[in-house]
Design a protein around this ligand. Sequence first.
Ligand code: FAD
Length: 345
Amino acid sequence: TRPLVCLRPLFRTYATAANPHALVFLEHRDGAIDSASLSALSAAQKLGGEITGLIVGSSDEVKQLIPIAQKLQGLTALLHSSSPQYATPLPELVSPLLEKILSEGTPFTHVVSAHSSSAKSILPRVAARLDVPAVSDITSVEHDTSSNSTTFTRPIYAGNAIATVRAPSSVHLKFFTVRSTAFKAAPAGSSEVEAKAIDPVQVADPPTEHIKTELTKSDRPELGAASRVVSGGRALKNAETFNSTLEPLADILGAAIGASRAAVDAGYADNSLQVGQTGKVVAPELYMALGISGAIQHLAGMKDSKLIVAVNKDPDAPIFQIADVGLVADLYEVVPELVKKLNSQ
Ligand code: FAD
């Protein structure tokens, strides 16, 4: 079903019709712009207007990122703001800056970001403060300049239906977050756009404080961005067999490792590896589901993968309904044999 939902107000209305000008919030880590933000930039290009990037961080981070961001294909300008407060971009600290940029007289018509944990908190917060609509986790976007309306599609019910949502023409500013698997990451271009500094908005008495960030360290590709993913389910029995079975295959394929929620809940795999409705959404070139039944909540996180390979002992396992290649077999026989064959090539 494709229900058409019109976000008609409740919202304050404005009688302006302008060429689109998107402000794209560019998140970063370790001196690189997140690939999910680069996908958000590609989505912003679908609006067909100008695009200004926004980088927020500590002064060292911002200094390092400006020359990288200036060359991004699709950007027409770059704003940056640095402060020690932005070293850990808590929503309570970044939102006032965004609100200032978007207040009275702003040239922007759309605010765009990846559907990341931090943007999921920042964008709706600012949209609510400005009394304008926010649409989350979009997979397509179209803008009609003559009517000033923007139409999005977004998966609902764990991806079992696609809603078409229109932000009304009467609203001058529209926020949306982007499902990164639906758009290619914007590449670096050849030209360099102008960069302009924006004064930070200091929050005198922040309501929250960043204590620490604990990141899972891995030499493998990042699950959300990997082109190949080898995932294991409850059939992997325990953490030891999970690792000893999947790692050799992932190593030889240069793949990230994923897991079903059953495997995560049972302690076989780390939380950060969960794929699905309440885990990560992935769409790699190759997704291997090993000993995973294919519950709808798991499919919600991987069904857009280009090639799905499933190994399951049960011929009636639902995963076979979406698999491109299915093998009814015992994974403990198949996986070592596959590793052996790949090694001998
Ligand atoms: P099972 O369903 O138990 O399947 C194990 C499979 O292994 C079976 O099909 C079996 O035939 C096969 N098998 C057993 N032994 C072998 C062998 N030796 N060789 C080959 N095959 C074998 N799940 C997610 O994955 N991600 C989510 O984000 C998620 N979010 C959820 C959110 C909600 C609100 C709810 C209610 C559930 C969610 N779930 C999620 C859970 C989901 O419903 C399933 O319970 C879960 O995906 C099952 O994991 P599984 O396939 O590993 O286990």
